[in-house]
Design a protein around this ligand. Sequence first.
Ligand code: GAL
Length: 762
Amino acid sequence: MNRRTFLLTPAVAAGALQSQTKPTASPAPRSVPARRSYDLNRNWRYGGKAPAGFAAPAFDDSKWERVTLPHANVRLPWHSFEEADFQFVSAYRRHFHAPATWQGKRVFVDFAGAMTAAKVTVNGYEFPEYRGGYTPFSFEITSHFHIGGDNVIAVAVDSTERKDIPPFGENIDYLTFGGIYRNVSLRVVPATFIENVHARVLRPLEANREISVRCYLNGPVAPGTQINAELRDGDRVLKSAITVAGGEAAYHEVTLDSLGAVELWEPKRPKLYSIVVKMAGDEYRTRIGIREAKFTAEGFKLNGATLKLRGLNRHQTFPYLGGAMPERVQRRDAWILRRDLHCNIVRTSHYPQATSFLDACDELGLLVFEETPGWQFVGDRPWQDVVVRNVGEMIRRDWNHPSIILWGVRVNESGDHHDLYTRTNTLAHSLDDTRQTGGVRYNYNSELLEDVFTMNDFGFPLRPPNHPLYLNTEFNGHMFSTKRFDNVTRVAEHVTRHARVHNQLAGDSKYAGGLGWCAFDYNTHKNFGSGDHICYHGVSDIFRIPKPAAYFYKSQCDPDEEIVLEAGLFWSSGDRSTAGGVGEVPILSNCDHLKIYYDGKLREELDPDRKTYPNLKYPPFILTKFGNIPLNPWGDLRIEGFLKGSLVKTLTLSGSGRDADFKLLPDDTELSGDGRDATRVVFMVTDEYGNIRPFATGGIAFTLTGPAELIGENPFGLAGGAGAVWVKSRETSGVARLTAKHPYLGTKAVEIRVKAAEREML
Ligand code: GAL
């Protein structure tokens, strides 16, 4: 590498620069105009199944539907659809005008993701097909656009299960769906520009910590080119340094050292900084966190302290639209996992997920194990080449996210493949020497080429760690499909299965922790799951509504974060598989003592079940009192939760057997009027105390007025007493009003304000 680095404090930066550098071929980097990036998510035309010749510039698309991105090639019922319905080649077109300011600039079109292969044509020029549904791709259109007049980007998106593209080849246990389901933008940059920046924090815990900012340029630079990197806290520049570069190099490095006091990134205080890199005519910004994440023989350590990893696997798909949900909805999943279920880690099973999801993980302090696309199958050499390429694309896209602590460089649960996994590990380590690798397997005796042995172990008890660095990446999978509205024995057993595994993991420091299978129910092929195209292995249902097992995770946080008191059961006396009565049922709480009142009288006092769960900080409480005998009279159960002798929370479960109320609960009451934004609205039938009635049925009829669109079934036939639709903004402002009518519990309404959004520039 050809470089000289000068370290500057912000106050003296400009002056020092002049004194230390000779006149250069390129202007000083301080006054550079930033690159321009234009959103290209609105004003697309969608033609459904691709008609012949649709990529020709003159093709008449005026009758095509006008759509925004993210977009699903077809809308589907939430279950029991035909999986072939989304497997076709669809056609998209986007017209744009190129402003005169683009003269002499280089222009790229950037796709964040299209499922599963895309042929992009610009003004009739066809680029090579991009293969891969989970990774971003770009094409340079500099010599294909014209200033003045119409330009057309046409995209043929192949959403069939192409055997040449991971994860396909054989059967997989999830659906991929179709369409341009992530964002698209146009990027205008100078001739020499910054392609990527990798900010590596070295020795983060030591006083001499430094940030090595690797600047990847698109090609050789003129001798004397100055590259300036800054560490910023909000707008405040904390440190600035310049490297004088020249010629060709894999990357040019700017070192930011003597950083002084910094705040570390950690789950409870996920402090984020930004890095700004400037080079003549170009500027690149990224966010970072300063933390040390390391798997060791004594478990996982974050910033030097052991942190037992407790989390869940997440598929990125949603009802009705597959993966095509906007930022707000992606981010909500991270919020649910971190703030509601109090997990500290998520695995992006089994592929790189939306960057908006990862951004939210950074902001919320949710650690991430991210992995390359694939499921159990390894194809021929060209297929393997795609895996290697995907690993590189994943790491280059995401290497600055502090939340990511491990790269998954093996196809989930694939057999050993020495050659392929030597390639992926070597690549991962060469691109990013600050993170360890993992590779998820279910074969306990498989070859370890990665740093961490990441193992799906579905039995109980779990096998002992057979490698020094050991993480359980899935448990409770195949064997225990549980619907939110299964009978009480099953939902209670579902809770127990998650609790007992985390108890075992907590009892041995050699386990770094574990991630249960899985966070949310997901759509799958007909030969997996419950026969309705859903795999019900989530601790929450497909609408992200918790099952009792979710409350086990929720209850594991400290009370200063949230006081939790939830029932791991439905209150019933005759719903068990094998006997009458209430039986032994779990209550999930981080209180230290519970009092149980029934029929107005104190019946039982409970302490956490430390005998069964000695290693959990907050073991479940087990209600045993009511045994096998049906209670008569049958009535409400009141549970009082205490902390150090004070009553801190009360939960009452109705014994009335009556659907008492109907609720309509939006996640947000304000959306952007960009025609892309959306929010979930949950509806539920409850008892008098607000608990979902798990067997409530009925058709819910929706009416939506104002500048929004309903994503979901209407009427919605309730299953399990609850469900959700999403309200998506239209490209205008006003107040959207959603009303939902239950057959006998009346009508509820919510208002969602849709704020005017700026129009897209192009
Ligand atoms: C695992 C697999 C997951 C899911 C799960 C279901 O083996 O890794 O993707 O299929 O089983 O039980």
